[in-house]
Design a protein around this ligand. Structure first.
Ligand SMILES: Cc1cc2nc3c(=O)[nH]c(=O)nc-3n(C[C@H](O)[C@H](O)[C@H](O)COP(=O)(O)O)c2cc1C
Ligand code: SF4
Ligand code: SF4
Ligand code: SF4
Ligand code: FES
Length: 591
């Protein structure tokens, strides 16, 4: 069970299975896995007979369990009405049920990093071993020098998945070559971007993959100690990590003399309080040291001077989880997926106004259109697509004209967005892009650590301008002011937070300038989302005086006798939209 499943009620479903099986005296193993990435289908349950196909059920509720047990577990007849897919590899398939990988949500994915998530019990090291886990580490310790490991990582073309996309092998080499006999390996599991949950899912679903990647990194750079920096708001990930570390130690993959070789590595967990800036690598290191998480100027880079002044290699969760893959099949096979300069896959947390939200692992180079429409199933309620926000607060918003853009580090940066860590929010026609820019700037502004003036003051002034525009008080000169300020902040802020904070503003100005102009010149919000710029009125032709709007209006802004046409007092109306929602005759008009 992952956080998503638990939030959807997985614990109750499991309990009910326990009860139903016990009531019938039915012999069965009741187990749990983590998440399959199908947030839109949680709670997911799968039932397998030895040697038979694994049959998946979606949106399972406790009241469905009795029938599932009776028909499928006891009688061996899958409940076709509720089954969504199967995995039949090597067994006789259930007729009429699609294979899991053929579901529209999965067809275009390449699940490599996530291949165990939702399939194994993350709390059991044996499950990891049974699926090829720690084989890469064993091969390396048996036959690779640290230099060869680094060479192989370089050849794979792997770039950091935490945002900036720096080549991983090169970073390892810097740390290996940095003078000093004490070195550290650090995993960045801070995951501060709003809307992102890729790293959480990997940690909850396959913690040993990350640990194995870190052990390999430690061997390659010559470190004997490491830290996983994970936010305390991820209690399940933290719990599974503690357990995984203890298990890995017990089996001899961590600690003194790993697998009987003269190589030792100790791994600790440091829980962060969850400030966005603590994801920035120099701030993160300060936080591990027990000080306030504030960035510092680089160079020196952590590879030269990191934790307690020692050379430190810091990578993202997903980056480490990619490492075992490279050694399982070789760098060439690894690099056969992806584009020229962006190799492998990327995990995206797809949220917003799409039909199928969830976690999707796609090959680099796939188009945004394929992610939004083929995998995520297009826009909800038949509305029109407006934009995709990619890369979190450091990223940008791309319009439909950019939907065929290949998703790789360089194309996204060129288009004014950023790969970022993998947050992907889809917006429909009802979203105001000025308001979106305001939302993200409000986030970065309040998360700014305040150390440098351009970020502390600059983002505040930019936010003020955006607020003014969304309230209908914008002036013609505001756009130029915004652009000028954005460039100054971008070029002069000390750390990545300030340097990328203007991106949502710049990208919306680039692609949705007309929306800014409508707010300023016509005092209109084209998406009818900015409260100050919309009005509500009642169409007398349609209103039958049912009074639902009047009874539900929290501001008592609606008057009218029963069975008579009602009216809204614009002075009293707070534009909450309740009347629009409540009216069954579509008589309330928002304009
Ligand atoms: C404000 C800010 C927040 C960041 N948050 C994260 C984060 O949550 N996780 C992460 O891996 N990297 C984050 N980064 C990037 C890290 O500083 C660093 O580049 C990354 O951890 C390096 O790992 P990689 O090479 O594997 O991507 C953030 C950077 C900035 C400027
Ligand atoms: S850019 Fe912002 S977050 Fe980064 S150091 Fe400066 S004030 Fe702090
Ligand atoms: S809910 Fe609609 S139909 Fe009923 S009084 Fe209000 S506007 Fe008229
Ligand atoms: S928008 Fe809200 S406050 Fe305004 S009339 Fe409708 S229900 Fe009342
Ligand atoms: S199903 Fe796991 S993150 Fe949603």
């Amino acid at each position: 069970m992952g956080s998503c499943g638990i939030a959807a009620g997985a614990a109750g479903v499991q309990e009910e299975f326990g009860r139903q099986l016990a009531d019938r005296g039915q012999e069965a193993v009741l187990d749990y896995t983590s998440c399959l990435g199908m947030c839109h289908q949680e709670v997911l349950v799968d039932i397998t007979f030895p040697g038979g196909p694994r049959v998946y059920y979606g949106n399972v509720r406790p009241q469905m369990v009795a029938r599932l047990v009776e028909e499928h577990v006891v009688r061996g007849e899958p409940v076709m009405e509720w089954a969504i897919a199967q995995e039949s590899e090597g067994s006789k398939p259930v007729p009429g049920l699609p294979e899991l990988e053929d579901l529209p949500f999965y067809r275009k994915q390449r699940r490599r990093v996530l291949r165990r998530c939702g399939k194994i019990n993350p709390d059991r090291l044996e499950d990891y071993l049974a699926t090829g886990g720690y084989a890469a580490l064993e091969r390396i310790l048996a036959g690779f020098t640290p230099e060869q490991v680094i060479e192989e990582v370089k050849r794979s073309g792997l770039r950091g998945r935490g945002g900036a996309g720096f080549p991983t092998g090169q970073k390892w080499e810097f740390t290996r070559l940095a003078p000093g006999d004490k070195k550290y390996v650090v995993c960045n599991a801070d995951e501060g971007d709003p809307g992102a949950f890729m790293d959480r899912s990997v940690l909850e679903g396959d913690p040993h993959a990350v640990i194995e990647g870190m052990i390999i990194a430690a061997y390659a750079i010559g470190a004997d100690e490491g830290y996983i920096y994970v936010r305390a708001e991820y209690p399940l990930a933290v719990k599974r990590l503690y357990r995984a570390l203890a298990e890995a130690e017990r089996f001899g993959f961590l600690g003194e003399g790993i697998l009987g070789r003269p190589f030792s590595f100790r791994l600790h967990i440091k829980q962060g309080a969850g400030a966005f800036v603590c994801g920035e690598e120099t701030a993160l290191l300060k936080s591990i040291e027990g000080e306030r998480g504030m960035p510092r100027i680089r160079p020196p880079f952590p590879a030269q001077k990191g934790l307690w002044g020692r050379p430190t290699n810091i990578n993202n969760v997903e980056t480490y989880a990619n490492i075992p893959l490279i050694f399982e099949s070789g760098s060439e096979t690894y690099a056969s997926v992806g584009t020229d300069r962006s190799k492998g896959t990327k995990v995206f947390a797809v949220t917003g106004k799409v039909n199928r939200t969830g976690l999707a692992e796609v090959p680099m180079g796939i188009s945004l259109r394929e992610i939004v429409f083929d995998i995520a199933g297009g826009i909800q309620n038949g509305k029109a697509f407006k934009a995709v926000q990619i890369g979190g607060p450091s990223g940008g918003c791309l319009p439909d004209s950019q939907l065929d853009l290949a998703v790789d580090y360089d194309s996204l940066t060129q288009a004014g967005a950023m790969m970022g860590s993998g947050g992907l929010v889809v917006m429909d026609e009802d979203t105001c892009m000025v308001d979106v820019a305001r939302f993200f700037l409000n986030f970065t502004q309040s998360e700014s650590c305040g150390k440098c003036t351009p970020c502390r003051e600059g983002t505040k002034r930019m936010l003020e301008i955006l607020e003014r525009i969304t309230r209908g008080l914008g002036e013609e000169e505001d756009l130029e002011r915004l652009e000028r300020l954005a460039r100054v902040v971008k070029n002069t802020a000390l750390c990545g937070l300030g340097q990328t904070a203007p991106n949502p503003v710049l990208s919306t100005l680039r692609y949705f300038r007309h929306e800014y102009e409508a707010h300023i010149r016509e005092k209109k919000c084209p998406a009818r989302a900015c409260r100050a710029l919309i009005t509500f009125r009642i169409d007398p032709e349609r209103c039958d005086g049912c009074g639902r709007c009047r009874r539900n209006c929290p501001a008592q802004a609606i008057t009218g006798e029963p069975k008579q046409v009602h009216a809204i007092d614009p002075q009293k109306c707070t534009r909450c939209g309740t009347c629009l929602e409540k009216c069954r005759r579509q008589a309330v008009i928002k304009e």
